[in-house]
Design a protein around this ligand. Structure first.
Ligand SMILES: [Zn+2]
Length: 455
């Protein structure tokens, strides 16, 4: 049993000041009280740990190195970036993947994420043959999360086709499941991989509409599963054009017309939508996962958030290619994109909430948890795991802040040095900016990157 007394903890209804959270040996909250005896004093404000609803861990190895643009070349866009990403994907061994993912997840923890949904499609060996353990890489990702001390929802992807009507290309050979039966075997092995760590669970999905035949796509979705479903959709304009030419419909329109999309579905990006599609997603109860730093970096476009949320649409955030790892930066880029295009400031509000910081935390937390298969909506409650990010109450702006303005000050005016620490299952994983395993993890990461020669 451990007791932490915070300057404040955030609850759905607002802050509780000078609150003590007791945690049992399993990391679950056993009480929330005002007791002050035998407690660890924490000079900070605790928010529920952030949920990173979209990650491709291997891409962290190339974060920030695709920014040299050839002179005279008209467009350096998503598709040229993707070629560089494919090259990286072809080089990594299971050990390499584990080293890169461990570093990434440790950095996520340092920024306040306590769980990640790993949208995983790098399944096979360098020649494209399945590993003896079909979920070799899935197991390495779970192990990376365990070493870094964060929780993981492993989401192995069905990736069958090279594009609309196209066979898989040789450079996609590590991703491919030929049939749903092959994919089911991969899912079963992945389920086994998650059983080695109590902080791991499983989702499923299809890489994108272009990555499966329409028939198999429908079949996979018809076999009702109770775990979260993830898919990339409508990220790039070319993808919309290709979908119209092959399926005779825009991607989201095709989804809405052909499969039963519901609250269990997490549509990643959904950048390019027309009005019927915005309404269709909101009415279906499906969620969108927005990755603003990556979407900005890749020049994807701006999601029509204001219209979507006016219809009750639900969203979470993810860091995708990991060009940015600060959850508050994701929220700010998302909001500022809306402000810049609408010329309004109240873009993060709805009829029930007029404080933008409160609204942003509520959406990203509750929908983010759902993307992990976690339907708890209480920020901190007895019986739930104690996963939290703690912001330093002694930073000048917070020390001088009224309780009413605390949350938006953190959301809009903080930088990552404000993170006093991150706790998972009631234990400090990061304290005073230092991950408990930082040196070991960083050394292994550096050795791996030197060997891969990607940076
Ligand atoms: Zn992605």
């Amino acid at each position: 049993m451990k007791k932490y007394r915070f300057k404040g903890i955030l609850q759905n209804e607002g802050w509780i000041e000078n609150a003590t959270i007791s945690v049992d040996d399993a990391g679950l909250i056993s009480s929330i009280s005002s007791e002050s005896q035998n407690v660890e004093q924490v000079a900070g404000y605790a928010l529920p740990g952030f949920q990173n609803a979209h990650s491709h861990a291997f891409q962290y190895a190339m974060a920030g190195i695709a920014e040299r643009h050839q002179a005279g070349k008209e467009a350096d866009d998503f598709w040229s970036w993707r070629e560089a990403m494919y090259q990286l994907a072809l080089t990594m061994s299971p050990d390499d993947l584990e080293a890169v993912a461990t570093m990434l997840y440790a950095e996520m923890a340092r920024h306040g994420y306590t769980q990640v949904a790993e949208f995983h499609y790098l399944h096979h060996d360098i020649d494209g043959k399945p590993y003896a353990n079909l979920a070799e890489h899935g197991e390495r990702l779970v192990s990376a999360a365990q070493k870094a001390g964060i929780k993981i929802t492993l989401v192995p992807m069905f990736y069958q086709r090279g594009g609309f009507g196209l066979d898989p290309q040789p450079r996609q050979r590590r991703f491919i499941s030929k049939t749903i039966e092959d994919y089911d075997k991969l899912l079963t092995a992945s389920k086994q991989a998650t059983s080695h760590y109590s902080g791991a669970n499983l989702g499923y999905g299809v890489h994108s509409l272009r990555a499966a035949t329409p028939d198999d796509f429908v079949r996979l979705l018809e076999e009702k599963r109770t775990i979260p479903f993830h898919i990339h959709i409508a990220e790039q304009l070319k993808e919309i054009e290709d979908s119209i030419s092959y399926l005779k419909k825009r991607p989201v329109q095709w989804l809405l017309d052909n499969v039963n999309i519901d609250d269990n579905c997490h549509l990643v990006h959904a950048t390019h939508l027309i009005e019927e599609e915005i309404k269709g997603i909101a009415n279906s109860g499906a969620n969108v996962v927005l990755c603003p730093s990556t979407e900005g970096n890749l020049g994807d476009g701006i999601f029509p958030l204001k219209q979507f949320q006016s219809l009750g649409g639900k969203w979470s955030i993810g860091t995708d290619s990991h060009i940015g790892l600060n959850p508050l930066e994701e929220l700010r880029i998302l909001d500022y994109g809306q402000r810049l295009t609408s010329h309004n400031r109240n873009t993060f509000t709805d009829k029930n909430e007029n404080d933008s910081g409160t609204y942003a935390i509520k959406q990203s937390q509750i929908t983010g948890r759902k993307a992990m298969g976690n339907t708890n909506i209480k920020y901190f409650a007895v019986g739930q795991p104690f996963d939290a990010v703690v912001y330093d109450a002694n930073t000048a702006l917070l020390a001088a802040c009224s309780i009413d303005n605390l949350l938006s000050t953190i959301v809009y005016a903080s930088d990552s040095t404000w993170v006093l620490g991150t706790m998972v299952d009631g234990k400090w994983v990061v304290k005073d900016q230092n991950h408990s395993q930082k040196e070991k993890i960083t050394l292994k990461f550096k050795e791996t990157i030197q060997k891969l020669k990607v940076r």
